[in-house]
Design a protein around this ligand. Sequence first.
Ligand SMILES: [Zn+2]
Length: 80
Amino acid sequence: MSNGDIRSLQRKNIKRQTKQQKKKLEKQLKLNRLLPGKCVACSTVFDETDKKIIDEWHIVVGSEEKTVNLYCPACWVKQK
Ligand SMILES: [Zn+2]
C-alpha cells in the first residue's frame, strides 16, 4: 500500500465521522428549537447552558419528534 492510499483512506474515515456528527448535531438543534424552555408542569426555567441541569431534567419527545415536553426533576418524580 502506498502513502497515497493510506491518506485517501484516512480522508474517507474523517468524512464519514463528520457526516455522522453533523446529523447528530442537526437532530439536537431540531430538538432544541422544539424545547419549551421551561418545565411543562411548574414553569421552572430550563437553563440549557448548565450541564448538570441538562443531565437532571427529562426531555420527552412525542410522536415524530413534533412535540417535546420538558420536566424538571421534581415534576418528573410526581409524574411517575
Ligand atoms: Zn417542574
